[in-house]
Design a protein around this ligand. Structure first.
Ligand code: LLP
Length: 375
């Protein structure tokens, strides 16, 4: 197997999906969509499709990928602040479940294309709830200073516009406050905001068929072996207990990282061990082109030597070959004594790993395999 490559544990993925289904089943009329931006590896998609999840897309390319992978287009939610004309047309052609609209001009363009095609577009409005999330600043989305969604103050006006536009059918409200959220209070705050906004809808005699609360549930990057499956029971119980759903209302979730994050790891080979002053560098054949999260968000992924698993630990900086100083996976890592040719596993890399790979430095894209393909 040529390194670096992603390795996916489909058994863990299946167990994770079982937990998701168990948790969601405690809420009547709830639907879980997989946020496919997290990972589009075909083997991973197959397992998720067979588990019966819907899909959350943010581009026309994602719609094409999931339709080709055999997902039911009528269970696709399509969000994104900047939907291009061809993407809107692709969504209409595939009769997706619902557009998640983020601005008035977008709504008007969807209305126009739907008219040309003689279709009615179902639409949820993405409301910016101005609810913060305790996570990295780059992955907070629900504050009024973020580019996402429609300002709460404009909600009623935009719903009225939906009702006026002939090709638009208002279905409900959508929210997404951010990603890698581990503080359940953040989701509680979202529930409180949704309840407030629903009171406003009631007062105006408007019924939302769908409430979509987005994704964002985090995973344990520090102790993946202790918490291979996120606490879905607790997560779903927040929404079950705190959200006041109206009669017949559907509750939608869009989970990405928590579905696939712990199921994937990046396997990389040690090229050189270099002593340099006080430092020992382990130079591996993967770089930020293969896994950009540490360089982009300062994210921490556990690293283990899977060739030498002895207790003779030493301290290393694990770095890649890219010509940039930020190409560092981790500093002062305790690893079993490491030598050229050893394989290292960078853990919890199933989400936003392979899919964010690039070809900078004209590097090859990493491949992805499942555990059973390797054995
Ligand atoms: N729904 C919407 C509208 C989203 O924008 C996102 C993620 C999700 C659902 C899924 O969120 P999740 O359950 O995965 O937290 N590349 C970053 C994460 C970016 C998330 C973007 N939106 C990272 O590696 O941490």
């Amino acid at each position: 197997m040529t390194t670096p490559y992603y390795l996916y544990d489909t058994e863990l993925l299946k167990k994770t999906l079982d937990e998701i289904k168990k948790g969601a089943a405690t809420i009547e009329n709830s639907f879980v969509h997989y946020a496919v931006k997290a990972c589009t590896n075909p083997k991973v998609l197959e397992v998720i499709r067979d588990a019966g999840l819907g899909i959350d897309c943010v581009s026309g390319g994602e719609i094409e990928v999931v339709v080709n992978a055999g997902f039911d287009p009528s269970r696709i939610m399509f969000a994104g602040v900047g939907k291009a004309d061809w993407e809107i047309q692709t969504a209409l052609d595939n009769n997706i479940e619902c557009f998640v609209v983020e601005s008035i001009p977008e709504l008007e363009v969807i209305n126009e294309f739907a008219a040309k095609k003689g279709k009615i577009a179902d639409v949820c409005l993405r409301i910016n709830p101005n609810v913060g999330a305790h996570t990295h600043a780059n992955i907070v989305t629900g504050l009024s200073e973020n580019k996402f969604g429609i300002n709460m103050a404009d909600m009623m006006e935009v719903i009225r516009l939906c009702q006026e536009l002939p090709q638009i059918n208002f279905k409900g409200l959508h929210f997404h406050i951010g990603s890698q959220i581990l503080e359940m209070d953040d989701f509680e705050a979202l529930c409180r905001r949704v309840n407030e906004l629903q009171d406003k809808l009631d007062a105006a005699g408007i019924h939302a068929e769908i409430i979509d609360v987005g994704g964002g549930l985090g995973i344990d990057y520090e102790h993946p072996e202790k918490h291979p499956i996120p606490d879905f029971e607790n997560y779903f119980s927040i929404f079950r207990n705190k959200l006041k759903l109206r009669k017949g209302q559907e509750l939608h979730f869009e989970l990405g990282r928590s579905v696939v994050g712990q199921c994937g790891r990046l396997i990389t080979k040690v090229l050189y061990v270099k002593n340099s002053g006080p430092k020992q560098f382990v130079i591996v054949d993967a770089g930020f082109t293969d896994l950009i999260r540490p360089a982009l968000y300062g994210a921490h992924h556990r690293i283990v030597n899977i060739t030498n698993t002895d207790d003779d630990m030493e301290t290393y900086d694990v770095v890649g070959p890219i010509c940039e100083s930020s190409d560092v996976f981790d500093k002062d890592v305790r690893l079993s004594k490491t030598k050229r040719g050893d394989l290292l596993a960078i853990l919890s890399a199933g989400a936003y790993g392979e899919i964010m790979a690039s070809q900078y430095n004209c590097r090859r894209l990493p491949k992805g395999y499942t555990v059973d393909e390797i054995d």
